[in-house]
Design a protein around this ligand. Structure first.
Ligand code: GDP
Length: 594
């Protein structure tokens, strides 16, 4: 366990110092917030004061970030390695108050390669907690001690959870362990996991698992990994690999040692003496204890009695419980704890911040609710293009899915060769198969556009994309795709719109609303009518009017939408000449490819 300061000591030693913050050419608002350990909302507000309207995933350039950093007590310095800093993987800042913190590890890999078994084996190998008679609790994350070196593991393996957090603007993982079964080798989800880890800029350790199996072939795994540009140290590369058996426990201690080494190189630090900042790993409601949220403290310390804001809800810490089921008074950096005392259920990825008092908590929540849309949003190709042409960003990120494996390389090559010395086209993930939710989340987390070559999205992915504003562009001819990307790179891509008919209605009655205004009593024959769309009136097969929907009612109530098979009252802006038997087509301009 981490040595925790005594309660009360925390505030006494806090110093007001200007800290140095190394920044690359560009950084997202979310990452900047994370690096400075402040609420992203505060950064968005500060940006607004300077006339920049940005969302959490928006990228700002060095100068903007540097200007923003100052009021928060940071002096910006240019970093040599822009990519790793922009990824925010390693939270480094310089302050006299910083001390080492344990690494936070996530385990990723193909299904059935042994992620869960490995997590269980590591947990039960933690002799310290076993000897002390602790009872392991599944709270979503746990910490083990290897020769007094604590390591925190996130208990939800897989890249979906990993990227979902990033899509929400938070990155908790310091080191990713990629599990590959030695008797199965690199599989599609292994490749997917590699791309997700690389997009996050997190150091990677490969655990070659199931070495006890007679069919195990570690060399084959190494060869397959090298084809994915992960070259192990033995072969002259820089990737650490460890042979393990999650089942027998062989090699697991070597893996922990490798984690320790990589963590030491990364020099992970945090300031335990400042008010706590953390991220919700999971949350649930318990009948007798109320809301329980597992929080991973990222920096600072969380104390019993602290006023906190968690996502859009708040509370006061009633109790803190560690993964051994023990009550603790303080939780320091990288420590997972179950927090009791939050009023509503927060979501995974929600940020927790300690605030000075209840009033600030209330105000912060209200402010956040007002800025709901400050949450992660994807980007359209047109937006990326205009940001490139204004010099704001120098890289275009794409997630590419194709119908067959064979077309991946062709598509990749034709896209990557569009890169110029000034602007890079970067394919952060390319695979065969339909567009999945995890592709969409990766796009949100990396401000990427999703390209489907002869494939479309799965229903869940479509919903996720609509919700997060991610653009999915579909192509069936390579040159159309390269033409659009080329145009976007030069800022020449204009959005194209098409007209979509969303619903048809039949006018069955006409009502007078006053001397000149009338309303049409309609029946929805197909589709769904929504406010904000336009309505085209057709009489005897001819269009006689086209205008915006001004009112939509069910009985006496204003409604947002009316579905097929229902009746409604409709008014159209600037039109009153409704006649029974007219057909109304509700339509909307929709951006092509979104
Ligand atoms: P996950 O889907 O990646 O979480 O994989 P699981 O941990 O559920 O493991 C899938 C299967 O592989 C289970 O039947 C495990 O018992 C088995 N398994 C996991 N690790 C090992 C190992 O080191 N050796 C062998 N022989 N089997 C293993």
């Amino acid at each position: 366990m981490v040595e925790q300061p005594e309660e009360g000591q925390a505030t006494a030693t806090r110093k007001v110092t200007l800290r140095a913050l190394r920044l690359g050419d560009a950084i997202t608002v979310g990452t900047l917030a994370e690096r400075m350990h402040v609420d992203p909302v505060l950064i968005i507000k500060q940006l607004m004061r300077t006339g920049v309207f940005a969302s959490i995933n928006q990228v700002v350039d060095y100068d903007t970030a540097a200007a923003i950093a100052r009021p928060f007590g940071y002096v910006a310095r240019r970093a040599a390695d822009a990519v790793s800093v922009a990824a925010g993987a390693v939270a480094e800042d310089e302050s006299a108050d910083l001390s080492p913190r344990p690494p936070v590890v996530t385990i990723l890999g193909h299904v059935d390669h042994g992620k869960t078994t490995l997590l269980d084996t590591i947990r039960s190998s933690d002799l310290v907690s076993k000897e002390a008679g602790g009872i392991t609790q599944h709270i979503g994350a746990y910490q083990v001690d290897r020769n007094d070196f604590p390591i925190t593991f996130i208990d939800t393996p897989g890249h979906e959870a990993f990227t979902a957090m990033r899509a929400r603007g938070t990155q908790v993982t310091d080191i990713a362990v990629l599990v590959v079964a030695a008797d199965d080798g690199v599989m599609p989800q292994t490749v997917e996991a590699i791309d997700h880890i690389k997009a996050a800029g997190v150091p990677i350790i490969v655990a070659i698992n199931k070495m006890d199996s007679p069919k195990a072939d570690a060399e084959k795994v190494r060869r397959q990994l090298s084809e994915k540009e992960l070259v192990v140290e033995k072969w002259g590369g820089d990737v650490v690999d460890v042979e393990v058996s999650a089942k027998t426990g062989d090699g697991v201690d070597d893996l922990l040692e490798a984690i320790q080494l990589v963590a030491e190189v990364a020099e992970l630090k945090a300031d335990p003496n400042r008010p706590g900042v953390g991220v919700v790993v999971e949350a649930r409601r318990d009948k007798s204890r109320g809301t329980l949220a597992t929080v991973l403290v990222q920096t600072g310390s969380l104390h019993v009695g602290d006023y906190i804001v968690v996502g859009n809800t708040r509370g006061r810490v009633k109790a803190l419980v560690n993964n051994e089921g023990r009550r603790v008074k303080i939780a320091g950096p990288s420590m997972p704890v179950e927090v009791l005392g939050i009023s509503d259920l927060p979501g995974a990825g929600d940020r927790l911040v300690v605030v000075p008092n209840e009033k600030t908590a209330r105000e912060t929540v209200n402010e956040r609710l007002r800025r709901e849309d400050a949450r992660g949003r994807g980007a359209t190709l047109e937006e990326v293009g205009s940001r490139i042409s204004s010099g704001e960003i120098k890289q275009m990120n794409l997630v590419v899915k194709t119908d067959v494996q064979g077309s991946i390389e062709a598509v990749r090559q034709s896209l990557e060769q569009l890169s110029t010395p000034e602007v890079q086209v970067r394919i952060i993930h390319a695979a065969a198969g339909s567009i999945t939710e995890s592709d969409v989340l990766l796009a949100v987390a990396s401000s990427a556009v999703v390209v489907g070559f002869n494939v479309g999205p799965e229903p869940g992915a479509r919903r996720q994309a609509d919700q997060d504003g991610v653009q999915i562009r579909r192509y069936d001819i390579i040159y159309r795709l390269t033409e659009d990307i080329q145009k976007a790179l030069t800022g020449m891509l204009e959005p194209t719109f098409e007209d979509i008919t969303e619903a048809t209605l039949e006018i069955r009655a006409v009502f007078s609303l006053g001397r000149r205004s009338k309303s049409a009593g309609c029946y929805v024959t197909s589709g769904k009518v929504t406010r904000g769309a336009k309505a085209r009136v057709i009489r005897d097969s001819k269009e006689i009017y086209d205008g915006a929907i001004a009112g939509l009612r069910r009985f006496k109530d204003d409604v947002r939408e009316v579905a097929e098979g229902y009746e409604c009252g409709l008014t159209i802006e600037g039109f009153a000449d409704y006649q029974v038997g007219d057909v109304v087509e509700v339509h909307r301009q929709q951006q092509v490819g979104v």
